[in-house]
Design a protein around this ligand. Structure first.
Ligand code: NDP
Length: 275
C-alpha cells in the first residue's frame, strides 16, 4: 500500500509545530512539517527530532505560488497525492501595531484568505479518497460574521454562495478598507476577523463542492478554532498550551475511515459550532 502523507503549513512554531508533534505520535504515515523559511523549518525538525519524533521538512510559503506549485508537484510525484492537508499558516497584526487599517486589511487578507485559497486550489485536486482537509480558522470568524451587515451575513451563511462570489466579497472588503469606506459597506473594523470569516466560508464552499464532484471519495473538509493559545501570535496570557491548541485540528485530521461527519463545518473543542 502507498505510504500515507500529511502536510502541515506554518509548522515551524506555535500551533503548527504542536500539530506536527501530535501527528508524529498518532499518524500512520509520513508527516511533513512545512515552513516558508528553510532555516526555521529545519530548526523545528531538529527540535522535534530531539523528542524522538521524525517529521520531514519541505519548504512551503503560501504567499508564493511558485512555492505552492513546487510542493504540490513534489507530493504528486512522490506520493501520488496527499492524504491530509492542514492549512495552519496565518498572520495577525498586534493590537498595538500602528500600521493603517488599509494596510492591515490588505496584508492580513493576502495570507489568511487569498494564500490559503491558493493552497486549496493547488492541493484539493491532489487529495486522495478518504482524505481530510483542515483549515485553521478562529472563533473570531463566527464573531465577525455576526458583526457584518445582515446582507453580508446572509451571503456568508447561504448554501449557494460560490467561491467566485466569496473572493469578490473579500476583494471588496480590501478595496473599501483602502478608501476608509468599509464600515459604510457593512464590514466590521477587523481585518483578521474578516479574513477568518472568509476562510470558514471558503471551507464550507469547498466541502459542498467535494460532496457534489467526488461523492464517493469520502473526503472530509472542515474549519476549526484551536482555542486561545499561547503562541507568538496570541501572547503569553492565553489559557491553552500549543499542544492543547492542536487537539481539535488533529481530531479533524484523523477522523476515522468511513466517517461522514463533520464535513463543511466550523468546529471548536471537537464540537460543531453554529454559523
Ligand atoms: P504563530 O504566529 O505562532 O505561527 C504562525 C505560523 O504561520 C508560523 O509558522 C509562520 O511562519 C506561519 N506563516 C505565516 N505566514 C506564512 C506563509 N506565508 N507561508 C507559510 N507559513 C506562514 O501563530 P499561531 O500558532 O498562534 O497560529 C496558527 C494558526 O492558528 C493561525 O492560522 C492563527 O490565525 C490560528 N489561530 C490562533 C489562535 C491563538 O490563540 N494562537 C486562535 C485562533 C486561531 P514564520 O515563523 O515564518 O512567520
Amino acid at each position: 500500500m502507498a505510504t500515507k502523507v500529511v502536510i502541515v503549513t506554518g509548522g515551524n512554531k506555535g500551533i503548527g509545530l504542536a500539530i506536527v508533534r501530535a501527528l508524529c505520535k498518532q499518524y500512520q504515515g509520513d508527516v511533513y512539517l512545512t515552513a516558508r523559511d528553510v532555516g526555521r523549518g529545519e530548526e523545528a525538525v531538529k527540535f522535534l527530532s530531539s523528542e524522538g519524533l521524525k517529521p520531514i521538512f519541505h519548504q512551503l510559503d503560501i504567499n508564493d505560488v511558485n512555492s505552492i506549485t513546487t510542493a504540490a508537484g513534489f507530493f504528486k510525484q512522490k506520493y501520488g497525492g496527499v492524504d491530509v492537508l492542514i492549512n495552519n499558516a496565518g498572520i495577525a497584526f498586534k493590537v498595538a501595531d500602528t500600521a493603517p487599517f488599509s494596510v492591515q486589511a490588505e496584508v492580513t487578507l493576502k495570507t489568511n484568505f487569498f494564500a490559503t485559497r491558493d493552497m486549496l486550489t493547488h492541493f484539493l485536486p491532489l487529495i486522495k479518497a478518504g482524505g481530510r482537509i483542515v483549515n485553521v480558522s478562529s472563533f473570531v470568524s463566527a464573531r465577525t460574521l455576526n458583526q457584518c451587515s445582515p446582507a453580508l451575513q446572509q451571503r456568508f451563511r447561504s448554501e449557494d454562495i460560490t467561491e467566485e462570489e466569496l473572493v469578490g466579497l473579500m476583494e471588496q472588503f480590501v478595496e473599501k478598507a483602502k478608501k476608509g469606506e468599509h464600515k459604510d459597506a457593512g464590514w466590521p473594523e477587523t481585518a483578521y476577523g474578516v479574513s477568518k470569516t472568509g476562510l470558514t466560508t471558503l471551507t464550507m464552499i469547498q466541502a459542498r463542492r467535494l460532496s457534489k464532484e467526488r461523492p464517493k471519495d469520502g473526503i472530509l473538509c472542515n474549519a476549526c478554532c484551536p482555542g486561545w493559545v499561547r503562541t507568538d501570535m496570541a501572547g503569553s496570557k492565553a489559557p491553552k498550551s500549543p499542544d492543547e491548541g492542536a487537539i481539535t485540528p488533529v481530531y479533524l485530521a484523523l477522523l476515522p475511515a468511513g466517517a461522514t461527519d463533520p464535513h463543511g463545518k466550523f468546529v471548536s473543542d471537537k464540537e460543531v459550532q453554529p454559523w
